[in-house]
Write a protein that binds this ligand. Sequence first.
Ligand code: HEC
Length: 160
Amino acid sequence: MTLKLCLAAFGAAFLPLAATAEDGTISVERGLQISIIGGCHDCHTPRYSETEGKIDPVNALIGNPVGFQGPWGTTYAANLRLTIKGESEDDFVEFAKTFKAKPPMPYFNVHAMDESDLRSLYLYIGSLGEPGNPAPEALPPGVAPPTPYVVMAPPTMPKG
Ligand code: HEC
């Protein structure tokens, strides 16, 4: 009987903790988790795939010097530390809900995040170190990149 009561009391005490992921809690830790499950490091953190998902804090979301080539030209995953530099949290939420970018950036996935996801992401990006240098400039179609690049799609896509 006493044990049952005890469990009931603990259950109630831990319920709010268990619910944190969906209840709008805003934190650096949640931002980190969102950046992982949202796939942001896949492109924006150099050597993320090669290290099987080890996030080196020195490089996290610092942008990628390996280009993505297709009919859109060659693009480089941006340095997200520079994206938020000088931007308030509110500005970032507004930007993240509306911006567009060239392939293969899945900007529509960022639009689908809720406000507490985005605020957490902002805190996480802000917790990373020095902003560092921008990723290389995007190049128009037909221009040979001076950097390594991945061909994601042929320069002209088959119709249909
Ligand atoms: C498949 C690769 C890929 C993934 C996954 C990806 N990005 Fe990107 N991202 C890019 C590329 C490439 C660009 C640059 C596109 C361009 O030049 O228009 C970019 C640009 C951006 C920009 C615009 C930066 C600026 O300063 O204008 C933001 C913001 C961004 N990404 C956030 C994210 C977030 C947040 C995630 C995770 C939810 C994510 N990206 C996942 C490849 C990716």
